[in-house]
Design a protein around this ligand. Structure first.
Ligand code: KIV
Length: 276
C-alpha cells in the first residue's frame, strides 16, 4: 500500500490539541451507513450506549452488553477512515473494579478497533480512568447527567442546579482530568457550570445540553435528523426530517410493488428471455 493511500484518523492527542483552537464536532453512530456519512465531516464519532434506546427501543441504556457495543463499534470502525471512534462502556462492565474495566475495555477495543472508551461516573471512578489510561486505553469521562444512573437520579434530569451539586460535578471533571482522561463529556448542566468546567480544565469538554461554552458538542444523530420519533431532548436541534423522506420512499416502493411497477429481473441482470 502506498503511503498516499493511507488515510490517518483523527487521534486522541489531536482531539486534545483542539482545546482553545477550534470546537470539536461529534455525533453518535451505531452502524455502517450512518458512520460512512458522518466520517469526513466530524472529528469524533461516539458509538454510544444510547443505541439501547435509539436502536433497540429499550427504555434506558442499562441492558446493552459489551459484546453488542463491540459489534456496533466494529461496524463503525470498518466504515470510517477519518473520525476518531470512541465506544461507550456499557452499564455493569466497569463499575466493579478497575481490573473488570480493563478486561472489558481491552476486549471491546480489540474486537472493534475503536480508538478509546467513554465511561460515566464521578470522582469515584477516577481510579478506573487512571488504571485504563496507564495501561494504554484512552478514556473520555462522562459527568453531569449520566444516563446509566437513571435509577439513582430518578429520571433523565438536568444536574448541578444547586451550588453544592455544581461544585461536585466540577470536582468529578477535575478528578478525571487528573486521572488522565483525554476529555470530558458534560451532559445536562447549565451554561454557567459548562463554562466554568471548560475554563477550569486543560482537556476538552464536549457538551450535550451543556451550552455552547464547551470545547465541542455531541448529539445523538437520530435526534438531529428527525429519526427519533417523539423522544427528542429539548436541547437537540433538528436539522432535517429524514424520517419524512424515508416514509415517502417506502410508500412509493409499496405502491410500485402493489401496482406491478417493480423492475423485472431481465432489466436488472440482462437475463435473456427463454428461447433467445
Ligand atoms: O450514549 C450516548 O449516545 C452518549 C452521548 C453523550 C450522546 O453518551
Amino acid at each position: 500500500m502506498s503511503v498516499h493511500s493511507q488515510v490517518k484518523r483523527v487521534s486522541v492527542p489531536q482531539l486534545m490539541a483542539c482545546k482553545g483552537q477550534r470546537k470539536i464536532a461529534a455525533l453518535t453512530s451505531y452502524s455502517a451507513p450512518f458512520a460512512r456519512l458522518l466520517d469526513e465531516v466530524l472529528d469524533m464519532i461516539l458509538v454510544g450506549d444510547s443505541t439501547a434506546m435509539v436502536g433497540y427501543g429499550l427504555p434506558n441504556t442499562l441492558s446493552i452488553t459489551p459484546e453488542q457495543m463491540a459489534a456496533h463499534a466494529a461496524a463503525v470502525v470498518r466504515s470510517t477512515s477519518h473520525a476518531c471512534v470512541i465506544v461507550d462502556m456499557p452499564f455493569g462492565s466497569y463499575q466493579q473494579s478497575p481490573q473488570q474495566a480493563f478486561e472489558n475495555a481491552a476486549s471491546m477495543l480489540a474486537a472493534s478497533g475503536a480508538d478509546g472508551v467513554k465511561l460515566e461516573g464521578g470522582a469515584v471512578l477516577a481510579d478506573t480512568t487512571r488504571f485504563l489510561v496507564e495501561r494504554g486505553i484512552p478514556v473520555l469521562a462522562h459527568v453531569g447527567l449520566m444516563p446509566q444512573y437513571v435509577n439513582t437520579m430518578g429520571g433523565f434530569k438536568a444536574q448541578g442546579m444547586t451550588e453544592e451539586s455544581a461544585e461536585l460535578i466540577l470536582k468529578d471533571a477535575v478528578a478525571h482530568e487528573q486521572a488522565g482522561a483525554f476529555g470530558v463529556v458534560l451532559e445536562g448542566v447549565a451554561e454557567a457550570l459548562g463554562r466554568r468546567i471548560t475554563e477550569t480544565l486543560a482537556i476538552p469538554t464536549i457538551g450535550i445540553g451543556a451550552s455552547p461554552a464547551c470545547d465541542g458538542q455531541i448529539l445523538v444523530t437520530e435526534d438531529i435528523l428527525g429519526l427519533s420519533g417523539s423522544r427528542i431532548p429539548k436541547f437537540a436541534k433538528q436539522y432535517c426530517d429524514v424520517g419524512a423522506v424515508i416514509r415517502t420512499a417506502v410508500e412509493q416502493y409499496a405502491n410500485d410493488v402493489r401496482t406491478g411497477a417493480f423492475p423485472a429481473m431481465e432489466h436488472c441482470f440482462g437475463v435473456k428471455k427463454a428461447g433467445n
